[in-house]
Design a protein around this ligand. Structure first.
Ligand SMILES: Cc1ncc(COP(=O)(O)O)c(C=O)c1O
Length: 408
């Protein structure tokens, strides 16, 4: 293993865990990545040195908490090349980010006869939040089918962008297919029809450099727990004009300018969308995770290592008789593979793999429609990060063939 990878692994103490006495092989990174030691260290430190409510009091501890929270917002803005802090709403995750936009659209934009365009390969966060918005507003969801290869075809997107579409909401990378959608082209197509675009970046941001200004997306959402960082924290990037236009989803402290019993005026963005006491210490601890992610994605050895992992994983999966991969292998894939195996239930396989120390995801993966397109019983998913190794793929491949023998 290259020394840069050993150095990276050393920063993730959880990778040394043992499961049923076996060395942990953690291949469920797309659900939640392991957390960088610098993140947990900072969380513990701030819990003692900066534990006071943000934005409110004048005392020093509160100022310190506010400072670390706001500097994390700046770090997030820098990470995605957002124009400024006012474009970055700190949320509890991708789900709350998408719900914030969907709710705002339901109240301010959508009406009967309007359409919300999503793809067939969306996570429930990017389906159900829009169903709720449609229930509130009378709009309807329209679904762009995905090709058998897992690709989202631009001509299909184009054909469905009619004048009733009021927003297009699509994943950067599906959490089931692992294939990057051509989001830059989708955004420019949608904009040519005056349709704003929300990108669900929960998976994409982990493996792809994102520049929201270059992409020109209207909204981009992601969670930090998939990106080496804290749980319960996410980012909603929004163009200022949209964030100004949309009403807040939650009302409460800190999101207001003035409150009377007859009328409330809201604080300027982004605080308008951050009602109540946020998960401020965890949010503050996203900074080292974002710095780490930005650093390793520039490292040539890490890039080469990731390609080697993918090549090996694709080879191993290709050797297993009766294994069907959801979506084709291509240059636009991230190291995420969902598959079915003839005659094997994915939950049974995942349970046996766990007994051998290998953590994989199984079932419907919060994306029931696209999973069921490939297998009614659900799928098994392996998802890797640069801290994973080729040796771990060998352990997984061996464990999977033993599992298949046991279940056949
Ligand atoms: C594509 C996609 N969207 C949304 C989510 C929801 O993220 P969270 O649970 O962090 O809100 C996930 C999580 O797996 C995801 O993969």
């Amino acid at each position: 293993m290259a020394s840069v990878i050993s150095d990276i692994r050393a920063q993730f103490p959880a990778l040394n865990e043992r499961v049923y006495g076996k060395k942990l092989v953690y291949f469920d990174n797309a659900a939640t990545s392991q957390r960088l030691k610098a993140v947990t260290d900072l969380q513990s430190k701030l819990s003692v040195t900066a534990n006071a409510n943000i934005h409110r009091a004048v005392h020093s501890l509160s100022s310190k908490a506010t400072e670390v929270y706001e500097s994390a917002r700046e770090a997030a803005a820098g990470f995605i090349s957002a124009p400024g802090r006012e474009n970055v709403v700190i949320t509890s995750g991708t789900t709350s980010a998408i719900n914030t936009v969907a709710h705002g659209f339901a109240r301010a934009i959508l009406k009967k006869g309007d359409k919300v365009l999503i793809s067939e390969a969306e996570h429930h966060s990017n389906i159900v939040s829009w169903q709720l918005a449609c229930d509130m507003s009378g709009a309807k969801i329209s679904v762009i089918p995905v090709e058998e290869s897992g690709e989202l075809s631009l001509s299909r997107v184009e054909s469905m962008l009619d004048c009733n579409v009021k927003i297009l909401a699509v994943a950067h990378v599906s959490n089931v297919l692992g294939i990057e959608n051509p989001i830059a082209e989708i955004i420019s197509l949608a904009h040519s029809r005056n349709v704003p675009v929300l990108i669900d970046g929960a998976q994409g941001i982990v493996h792809k450099q994102v520049n929201v200004r270059a992409l020109d997306c209207d909204f981009y959402a992601f969670s930090t727990h998939k990106l080496y960082g804290p749980t319960g924290v996410g980012i909603l990037y929004g163009k200022k004009e949209w964030l100004d236009k949309l009403p807040p989803m939650l009302g409460g402290g800190d999101m207001v300018e003035t409150v009377t019993f007859s009328k409330t005026t809201f604080a300027p963005v982004p605080l308008k969308f951050e009602a109540g006491t946020p998960n401020f210490l965890s949010a503050a601890a996203m900074t080292p995770a974002l710095e780490f992610a930005a650093e390793i994605r520039k490292n040539k050895e890490v890039i080469a290592h990731e390609s080697a992992l993918m090549e090996k994983m694709e080879f191993c999966l290709g050797q297993i008789p009766g294994l069907h991969l959801a979506g084709a292998c291509s240059d636009s894939r991230i190291p995420l593979y969902s598959f079915s195996i003839d005659g094997i239930h994915p939950e049974d396989a995942a349970q046996i793999l766990d007994k051998m120390g290998v953590a994989v995801r199984s079932g419907l993966m919060c994306a029931e429609p696209i999973v069921k397109k490939y297998s009614e019983k659900g799928l098994t998913r392996v998802s890797l990060l640069p801290y994973n190794t080729e040796e771990e793929i060998d352990i997984f491949a061996d464990a999977l063939s033993k599992t298949i023998k046991m279940l056949s």
